[in-house]
Design a protein around this ligand. Structure first.
Ligand code: ZN
Length: 237
């Protein structure tokens, strides 16, 4: 007989409890001792994991959120493992019972993720190495001259981004020209528009680029004014 045929299966998790007291399986009548894992089946009492048909699952202790999420997603059958905490007077999640193959797949996914992250870090490092460090620094300093209240880290990131566009493609004079007030201002404006306003999201939503630019113009101007500091507030942005 199906142990859950009385209750309509809710979309919520199956639950397995680690009990503290002596327990007996109400189906196979086996004495399970204390600290045993049981499933509660409503009026029918406790089930050992064999009778609950969960004994082929493996236990994944709580702690790794990504692994847990993935293992659960890969597992056709899974159950949350709970234990009563005397101190906190509530059930606490100990981990998850999942199919072994699902856990393995989840581990592979996480590993692939780590590799992807490592590769991304490697690419980023390579990218920084290709940038002309001294030039980035000059560009960042120039930003801070024009926008003294712009956070230093932001200035560096704007400079790196702007310099990446010049690196290897332009000669010394063009690079020097890129330090013009107007060129620096344009780089800062582009950054502010993308990062400090809903510009990108509005573009994603399919709005016309010119309409979107117009709609964030005030927001951009106010950030620039803030970064310039009060003595420049009256200058046109
Ligand atoms: Zn049993």
């Amino acid at each position: 007989m199906n142990p859950v045929n009385r209750q309509k299966r809710q979309p919520e998790d199956l639950k397995v409890f680690i009990t503290a007291r002596e327990s007996k399986c109400d189906e196979c009548q086996e004495d399970l001792g204390s600290k045993t894992w049981i499933m509660l089946a409503g009026q029918k009492g406790a089930r050992c994991l064999s009778c609950a048909d969960l004994d082929h699952l493996v236990f994944l202790p709580a702690g790794d959120a990504a692994l847990t999420r993935r293992a659960r997603a890969h597992s056709t059958l899974s159950a949350v493992v709970l234990k009563w905490s005397k101190a906190r007077k509530r059930y606490e999640r100990q981990g998850l019972l999942v199919e072994e193959a699902a856990l393995q797949q989840a581990e592979l996914d996480c590993l692939a993720d780590e590799e992807a992250r490592a590769q991304r870090r490697h690419r980023a490092a390579q990218h920084r190495a290709e940038l002309d460090v001294a030039y980035v620094q000059r560009f960042a300093e120039r930003i801070r001259q024009l926008y003294p209240k712009c956070p230093a880290q932001t200035a560096t990131s704007i400079a790196e981004h702007a310099c990446a566009r010049y690196s290897g493609r332009v000669g010394r004079s063009a690079a020097a020209k890129a330090l013009d007030e107007e060129a620096v201002r344009l780089a800062v404006v582009a950054h502010v528009r993308h990062i400090e306003t809903p510009y990108d999201r509005l573009l994603m939503d399919g709005w016309d680029r010119f309409d979107v630019r117009a709609s964030v113009e005030d927001a951009v101007r106010s950030v620039l004014a803030k970064w310039q500091g009060s003595q420049h507030l009256n200058q046109p942005g």
